[in-house]
Write a protein that binds this ligand. Sequence first.
Ligand code: PGA
Length: 247
Amino acid sequence: MNKYCIANWKMYMDKSKIDSYFEDFLHRDFNLDCKVVLCPSSIHIDYVNKLVDNNNNINIGSQDISEFESGAYTGENSLNMIIESNCDYCIIGHSERRQLFSESDANINNKLRLLNQTNVIPIVCIGETLDENESGITRPVLENQLKRIFNNIDLNNSKDCIIAYEPIWAIGTGKSADIETIYSVHKFLKNIINEINTNNCNICLLYGGSVNEDNAAEILEINEVDGFLIGSASIIADKFYNIYNKF
Ligand code: PGA
């Protein structure tokens, strides 16, 4: 199973921040058994790709794509556009897209269907709200999300498919889920994934939600955790690299 350390830069970076990020970062060693993926804003994908040009250890991903292939969709970026910009990965269904831009599992299912026809590796985000967590319905909520997102999709088994479990109450709060929760939810999800995974596709299950330099090593001890999707701690190059070094 591949391991992943994925940075979701969200809308935090401008070009000067990206330049200073790479001052040291590009000269670091990336020889661990873990793939590094940076997800800049779409307008910066080409810029970042140029900067990392001859560094084969750093992969680029998009933070989203449109569920439509092309057409009159102002402000959207199509799958084809991110492929032209040499993205190998694409996040879909991030909770900020779901909560702030009303994306549904059906929209995410459409995006996954498009990605499934290409070599771009999907990073599918799922997670429960604080209310759902406190009402004790985390597992059915996650199961429903997965079943709707993967509905009627015959997974392409020639590439990885990444699922990131990100409890919404842990995102950007500085309060990650505790070890026992991550362990038991990931174990549960791996079972559900086996039901979906009809094609023996390699599904890697990541954790996301306030991952930092202090909690990364302990979370990685959990066998069911195949890596991280990291927000806040990924926009500081040193922090992100220190997390990478825990793999
Ligand atoms: P966080 O964000 O690491 O800041 O909690 C994670 C994410 O949004 O993917």
